[in-house]
Design a protein around this ligand. Structure first.
Ligand code: F6R
Length: 634
């Protein structure tokens, strides 16, 4: 989604802003811009300059080389279009009618239509198609009003004007505002979209995400919802929504690998696929050590008493995280015997109200900032808080890769998947990390609820411990094979992925990966559904990828695959090598493992297959069109 970076201090701001925006580049965007204020000694006020360009940051950087701008105060933005096409006019920063106030915004102003109408009635002409432009225009009007009443043109006046305007806005957003007449003030605000403040040496920053700050400072303070801050070269003042001064100490960000380094890989996505054995090994060392007192215990930060209480689980997530949740739901129900439902976060608000107090609500989000997921979790908390029954308690758990995220801060219990920062927009190692978190929960619930024998639990634990080594071999093998066959699929328009039972979510994930990075239409189906409609699509031009792992649904998946082959589809198997695999035209072979752990392995060839097709087509694998790494609008 959109990225914000702002700085105030003693150094030239435009190169710092470009640097900050570069560190937010992985979030995905379609245009970028920045505004600076240059203070002039002859004139107590400053002068505002803006530069904007469509497309990648390199375009903005080239523009700045040709037409540099100066100033020790500035704000920058990478835009992911919501309202209005990605072009220069719609790119941020947006200005007010006087051209003196600049605003960048991440999020959506939901009532912008009404506010635009009222601005137009006041004779203000809006230039862009964005929802954001109303903000500087409203601030401009407010300031005009304040100056008319005799207030001085300075940072405090800007702060008051912003505070006033915020009361008019509905939506999920964060903003940064500068005004040429207050050249020593940067005002920022947050309403449900992330914004972090950074404390440097004689300079202060704001950014949408911590990685953007780490090159400048590790002393950070995330803004809480509805807070506003005034940043000056001398320090930061923090206010709550009622204008009360807040005093909170910043903390030292401890993450070690927030600097993106592609190493020798062509793309971050490939590097991250290769990092999966490490993700799995770290997870096992941390949560499932073989030298633990009880060999099968999971060292999660969740109390035994909480696990004992729970008899139902509901999981809320989007996209790939939802697929991990579906694997988790299968495990929790089938292995641990706990009733579990998975919801699309964006559809959760239409779900039935809670009936049991013994329900655990789990939010899964690698970024921890997905607006749909956060909104659903907040809604669930609100409606549960309304229940006037003292026995009706609310239990929540977040599964995330970002302990500094909103999700982690808002949940009572958090499982850190510890996959390390993921830069490729297509989630790979974090998907594995999320699935592993569910394996851990499954072991925890199964042993506490005594649904499985000690032997079965031990077997699953031991199988999990073998996964890192299996992943190393699989990645090497399928990287080579996928690269070899990728050219055959360059002209392909549609692909069908089939899976059943615990591997049905992997069929969905395989299809999602292919769609998002290679732009080939792909659909995942439960294998049994093929004959109920999708089979009509099949001919020699539509490859079918079938995940067939020995276990409870093996024979059935093989029969469903035969049905596809009989319609001339090119059949690709993700299956162990053996006599049954002879039906496949191509085989992504996987080791013969227990069906329980198979999703951790079957997903690997599908990630590499998508990657190599996209790379062969010369596409922008790490920043596919229209996508964003962190989806902070609903
Ligand atoms: C796909 C992908 C997305 C995300 C989804 C949720 O590769 O990355 O589908 O899974 O946008 O994001 P998080 O996990 O950050 O909540």
């Amino acid at each position: 989604m959109c990225g914000i970076f702002g700085v105030i201090g003693s150094r030239e701001s435009s190169s710092l802003i470009l640097d900050g925006l570069r560190r937010l580049e992985y979030r995905g965007y379609d245009s970028a811009g920045l505004a600076t204020i240059q203070y002039s000694r002859n004139n107590q006020f400053g002068e505002l300059f803006t530069r904007k360009s469509k497309g990648k940051l390199i375009n903005l950087s080239n523009l700045l080389q040709k037409k540099p701008i100066q100033g020790h105060l500035g704000i920058g933005h990478t835009r992911w279009a919501t309202h209005g096409k990605p072009n220069e006019t719609n790119a941020h920063p947006h200005l007010d009618f006087s051209g003196q106030i600049a605003v960048v915004q991440n999020g959506i102003i939901e009532n912008y239509r009404d506010l635009s109408k009222s601005l137009q009635l006041k004779g203000i002409k809006l230039i862009s198609e964005t929802d954001t432009e109303i903000i500087p225009q409203l601030i401009g009007l407010e300031i005009e009003n304040m100056l008319g009443k005799g207030l001085l043109a300075n940072g405090k006046t800007l702060l008051s004007a912003v505070q006033k305007v915020l009361t008019l806005l509905d939506g999920t957003y964060s903003i940064a505002v500068i005004w040429s007449k207050a050249p020593d003030a940067l005002v920022v605000a947050r309403s449900q979209a992330p914004l972090v403040l950074g404390f440097g040496e004689g300079e202060f920053f704001c950014a949408s995400d911590t990685p953007a700050l780490v090159g400048f400072t590790r002393t950070v303070l995330p803004l809480e919802d509805n807070e506003v801050a005034l940043l000056t070269p001398l320090g930061i003042e923090l206010y709550d929504e009622n204008g009360n001064r807040q005093r909170r100490a910043p903390s030292l960000f401890k993450g070690t690998e927030l600097f993106a380094d592609k190493k020798s890989f062509r793309h971050f996505m490939l590097k991250e696929i290769y990092e999966q054995p490490e993700t799995a090994q770290l997870w096992i060392d941390r949560y499932l050590p073989s030298d633990s007192p009880s060999e099968n215990s999971v060292a999660f930060p969740i109390t035994k008493s909480l696990v004992e209480k729970i008899d139902q689980i509901q999981i809320i997530a989007c996209g790939t995280s939802r697929h991990a949740a579906m694997v988790g739901a299968y495990l929790l129900e089938q292995f641990a015997g706990v009733r579990t439902n998975v919801y699309f976060a964006s559809e959760f608000r239409y779900s039935p109200p809670p009936v049991s107090s013994n329900t655990l609500t789990i939010g899964v989000s690698q970024s921890g900032e997905t607006a749909d997921t956060l909104a659903a979790l907040r809604m669930e908390k609100e409606r549960r808080d309304l229940i006037e029954d003292s026995n009706f308690s609310f239990h929540q758990l977040g599964i995330t890769n970002r302990l500094d995220s909103s999700l982690a801060r808002e949940m009572d219990n958090v499982i850190d998947i510890g996959s390390g920062i993921e830069i490729g927009v297509a989630a790979t190692k974090t998907f594995l990390g999320q699935m592993l978190a569910f394996y851990g929960l499954t072991l925890l619930f199964a042993s506490n609820k005594q649904k499985r024998s000690t032997k079965e639990i031990l077997e699953l634990s031991n199988d999990l411990r073998l996964v890192p080594k299996q992943l190393v071999d699989l990645i090497k093998k399928h990287d080579a094979l996928s690269k070899e066959i990728a050219h055959m699929f360059v002209e392909t328009k549609d692909v069908i992925f089939l899976g059943r039972g615990i591997n049905y979510p992997i069929a969905l994930e395989g299809a999602l990966k292919l769609k998002e990075i290679s732009y080939i239409h792909a659909q995942g189906y439960p294998a049994g559904e093929l004959k109920h409609g999708p089979i009509a699509l099949l001919d020699q031009h539509v490859p079918v990828i079938s995940i067939a792992v020995p276990g409870v649904v093996y024979e059935k998946v093989l029969s469903n695959s035969q049905e596809a082959k009989a319609r001339d589809a090119r059949l690709i198997g993700v299956a162990p090598n053996g006599s049954e695999s002879a039906i496949f035209d191509e085989l992504f072979s996987i080791p013969k493992v227990s069906e329980w752990i198979s999703p951790l392995l079957t997903v690997i060839p599908l990630q590499l297959f998508s990657y190599h097709i996209a790379a062969h087509k010369g596409l922008d694998v790490d920043q596919p069109r229209n996508l964003a790494k962190s989806v902070t609008v609903e």
